[in-house]
Design a protein around this ligand. Structure first.
Ligand SMILES: [Zn+2]
Length: 161
């Protein structure tokens, strides 16, 4: 089964990246540690945290948890993927979830867009991704290219064992 995550409040940018990878990822800064532990337990999520105390609590509660002490998301992703034996760090847009709300995305053609986007974006892109939950629209712009290069960097690190 595909891994699902609960991410602690300190790791927001990592949570967004995991969603873009397509992992079902709970990230909600309004949750305190007790609520996070409870949700991880009932929903059988893997808890990702850089807080040693929270990590220890999760293990005591029988929750699978990964302690992340790396200083950037690329290295954190390498640690997560190594632990879970995910062999590739490449990102597949067809699997991506909404970075802001974790909703599923559907592909949508330019002509079907119901929101107005800058002309430069509309000129350059034919295909868009629409969040089924919050209606946010995504496209493969500069941000996407940076994500792809992050994915390649993660893949490369995974190959070097
Ligand atoms: Zn959304």
């Amino acid at each position: 089964m595909e891994s699902r995550f609960a991410v602690d409040g300190m790791l927001g940018s990592l949570a967004r990246k995991l969603r873009i990878y397509g992992f079902d990822t709970l990230y909600d800064t309004s949750l305190d540690d007790d609520q996070l532990i409870r949700l991880a337990h009932t929903r059988q999520l893997i808890l990702l945290t850089s807080d040693k105390e929270l990590f220890a609590r999760a293990l005591r509660a029988g929750i699978q948890s990964i302690l992340l002490t790396e200083e950037n998301d690329a290295r954190r992703l390498v640690t997560i993927f190594r632990t879970l034996k995910v062999s590739s760090g490449n990102i597949d847009a067809e699997k991506s979830r909404c970075a802001s709300c974790n909703g599923e995305l559907s592909t949508i053609n330019r002509s079907d867009l119901k929101v107005s986007l800058p002309d430069t974006v509309l000129k350059r892109h034919e295909q868009f991704y629409l969040c089924k939950n919050c209606s946010k629209v995504y496209w493969k712009g500069g941000h996407w290219r940076r994500l792809e290069s992050l994915g390649r960097e993660v893949s490369k690190s995974l190959e070097q064992t």
